[in-house]
Design a protein around this ligand. Structure first.
Ligand SMILES: NC(=O)c1ccc[n+]([C@@H]2O[C@H](COP(=O)([O-])OP(=O)(O)OC[C@H]3O[C@@H](n4cnc5c(N)ncnc54)[C@H](O)[C@@H]3O)[C@@H](O)[C@H]2O)c1
Length: 263
């Protein structure tokens, strides 16, 4: 079992039931003091209350004042933060040539700009305290290969992977590691809403996707992603930086779907 008992780890957007929830559950099982962030304190607190030794902190990660206030509060109440998981993110199911300026800016503000901004504040508090730490960005299979209506989201996740590699190169001298976890399809509220935009029966779509578009024929659980995040936050990955680990049940390794070749 990975031991994160000496680590404070901030996870953004951790009050949903998708990847973020699996991350805080896994980190908590490994002994970390998890800091659950989300838009409202009520939602963040509700999740923190289910975990041992967790605390809740509200902030819209796109709001500079709220993000600054969150780091100030954490410095006072918790001390140094050793791990940052940039989980909060949104999708968009629309062809790039129909996306509005507002939709583009909104997606990039959450999925890219906030990842940079929080990583910046996180890294600087580690450098000031001469402490090592780890950033884990949540990317997506869409950074590797995508589908129609996901070009803008795919480009944002590609930016996240570029930031991951670049910041890993820059921050290595401070013993700060930067890696990413790229999930395949994981059950989450916002996913169901997106699937409804292109499939009449979202549950059937998920079943078919699981059978036909993955090498491993079972659903990826949010905690599967969390376990890899835990590894990347732990000493076991001390020599790993600038990497993206795909937690996708083999999706991105496949050239064609399983039904292309009859068994
Ligand atoms: N679920 C998937 O299949 C899947 C696949 C690949 C990548 N991802 C990525 O995983 C991450 C989590 O997505 P998820 O779909 O699993 O959802 P999730 O359940 O982890 O929920 C996302 C949370 O982010 C919060 N949030 C949104 N905007 C915020 C903001 N501005 N400030 C603070 N919190 C905010 C929401 O309130 C929600 O609780 C995202 O980065 C997403 O792109 C998800």
């Amino acid at each position: 079992m990975m031991n994160l008992s000496n680590k404070n780890i901030l996870v953004t957007g951790a009050a949903g039931f998708g990847v973020g929830h699996g991350v805080v559950v896994a980190l908590s099982k490994m002994g970390a003091r998890v800091i659950v962030n989300d838009l409202t304190l009520e939602e963040a607190q509700a999740v923190a209350d289910t975990l041992p030794n967790a605390i809740a902190v509200a902030a819209d990660i796109t709001n500079e004042n709220q993000v600054d206030a969150m780091f100030t509060t954490l410095a006072e109440q918790v001390g140094v933060i050793h791990g940052l998981v940039n989980n909060a993110g949104i999708g968009l199911s629309k062809e790039a040539h129909n996306v509005t300026d507002e939709e583009f800016d909104n997606l990039y503000n959450i999925d890219v700009r906030a990842v940079w901004k929080l990583s910046k504040l996180f890294a600087n508090q580690l450098i000031e305290n001469n402490t090592e730490g780890s950033i884990i960005n949540i990317s997506s299979v869409h950074a590797s290969a995508t589908i129609a209506k996901y070009a803008v989201y795919a480009s944002a996740k590609s930016a996240v992977e570029g930031l991951t590699r670049g910041m890993a190169v820059e921050l290595g001298k401070h013993n700060i590691r930067v890696n990413a976890v790229a999930p395949g399809y994981v059950h989450a509220e916002q996913n169901l809403e997106l699937i409804k935009t292109f499939a009449d029966d979202p549950e059937l779509w998920v079943e078919q996707h699981t059978k036909d578009y993955q090498s491993l024929p079972f659903e990826i659980l949010a905690e599967d992603c969390g376990n890899v995040v835990g590894f990347l936050a732990s000493e076991y990955s001390r020599a790993v930086t600038g990497q993206v680990i795909y937690v996708d049940n083999g999706t991105t390794a496949m050239l064609y779907n399983n039904s292309f070749i009859e068994k």
